[in-house]
Design a binder for this molecule. Structure first.
Ligand SMILES: [Fe+2]
Length: 415
């Protein structure tokens, strides 16, 4: 982010004496990307930001994956992950340790959680997180200050930002977490060479919302869970966990400034780009990370050529696996497949996909699509996590043909 922000008290000149009311010095911390060569912020702590009094192993949830082999498109019913545990199971879960891994590869992991409890203090030292809030409200407390979070927000949390999720009580907080092994940023082509959003971008600086005030927390012996690089098994991509105890509260920052900080962007602030004929997915792009992109398909006017076919053509996206998360509305191209709100479809590279046949005729003449979906396209194949396996519908692959292995009639016919 090249969008400079300043919050709370900072000294007029960087790297100079900045004293507390009792005349003690504040402790300055530079948090920066790419080894002092990219975006950074300077934070001013009351306590020493490196003072730890303990470090123990944190056993991570199951991050194992299996290959998508034999190759198939998949339909995963995400909501089933938490419904099966009982209607109120979410009340005792949190949005960090409650995540269940659905899909992942060496660049990015997608997990899902339904939460009712505050999470532990946590930071991801593997990469940035972009957490899409499918439903509910929360406060995300961070070392930079608090973010107010609501349904439809993407919450972008830079690598190594200490934070915790505090759901609003009474209703479930549903989060779809995209954890990168890299940074997650707006697409480069939306930005000027100095980092300002350009006119053709579907959103701009005014749509991004950072912390509004420092938290100024006090406390001693505060535990923070850290997900970081280690020497674990290949299946877990070397990701391990540590539980560190800090002598003073990590949210003791009195002020900070710079271009690196967490922020939210609400999907309702994305201005869809439409055309006379079908527009390709890059017009729907929101963010990018190394070897993957995030797009969203928002409610929008559809193609207005008199002979337009509004649903997508079949496409073999030879370099990508495509993951659609159906968030709201009526997803036109998937009519009759069982795909509904809360579903994920995985269309892997090496396999052409497109609408179910009846959806093409059904879409002709449509003027508006009332659909909301979040898409992650990865350039390395995705593997399936324990959460994905648990809610695989097992039959999606056969819905275009209307029959599967050993079937001679239209058991899966969708018309
Ligand atoms: Fe696609």
């Amino acid at each position: 982010m090249a969008h400079y922000q300043r919050l709370g008290d900072v000294p007029p000149k960087r790297h100079t004496q900045f004293r507390k009311p009792d005349d003690e010095l504040h402790y300055e911390e530079l948090m920066g990307e790419e080894g002092f060569s990219s975006d950074s912020s300077l934070l001013y702590h009351r306590g020493v930001p490196s003072a730890i009094v303990d470090s123990q192993v944190w056993e991570l949830p199951d991050l194992s994956t299996r290959a998508n082999h034999p190759l198939k498109p998949l339909h995963l019913r995400l909501h089933g992950l938490f419904e099966d545990a009982g209607e109120m199971a979410w009340k005792s879960l949190d949005a960090v340790t409650g995540r269940r891994l659905v899909l992942g590869n060496a660049d990015v992991r997608i997990s899902y959680a339904v939460a009712g409890e505050p999470s532990p203090f946590y930071r991801n030292a593997i990469g940035d997180e972009c957490v899409y809030v499918e439903g509910g409200n929360a406060t995300v407390e961070t070392v930079f200050g608090a973010l107010q979070v609501r349904t439809g927000d993407y919450v972008v949390i830079p690598r190594a930002t200490t934070h915790r999720w505090v759901p609003e009580s009474g209703s479930p907080l549903r989060v779809y977490a995209v954890e990168a092994n890299s940074h997650i940023t707006p697409p480069k082509r939306y930005l000027s060479r100095f980092g300002q959003f350009l006119e053709h971008s579907p959103y701009c600086e005014r749509d991004l919302h950072g912390p509004v005030e420092p938290l100024l927390c006090e406390g001693e012996d505060v535990e923070v869970l850290i997900k970081h690089r280690g020497s674990g098994s290949l299946a877990q991509q070397g990701i391990v966990g540590t539980r560190m105890t800090y002598a003073t509260h990590p949210f003791d920052v009195v002020g900070w400034d710079g271009c690196l900080y967490p922020y939210t962007f609400n999907v309702e602030d994305f201005e869809p780009i439409t055309g006379r004929v079908h527009q390709p997915p890059p017009v729907h792009q929101v963010f990018e990370g190394y070897n993957f992109v995030i797009c969203n398909f928002c409610p929008r006017k559809v193609d207005y050529h008199p002979l337009a076919v509004p649903v997508p053509y079949y496409h073999s996206n030879v370099d990508s696996d495509e993951v659609m998360f159906y968030v709201a509305g009526d997803y036109e191209a998937r009519k009759g497949t069982g795909i509904n709100v809360g579903s994920i479809s995985l269309h892997p590279g090496g396999y052409a996909h497109g609408p179910q046949p009846s959806a093409i005729e059904g879409s002709l003449g449509a003027e508006f699509f009332d659909e909301l979906a979040v898409m992650v396209d990865t350039f390395r194949p995705l593997e399936i996590g324990e959460g994905g396996d648990a809610v695989d519908d097992g039959v999606y692959a056969w819905t275009w043909a209307g029959r599967g292995p050993g079937e001679d009639s239209g058991r899966y016919s969708i018309g």
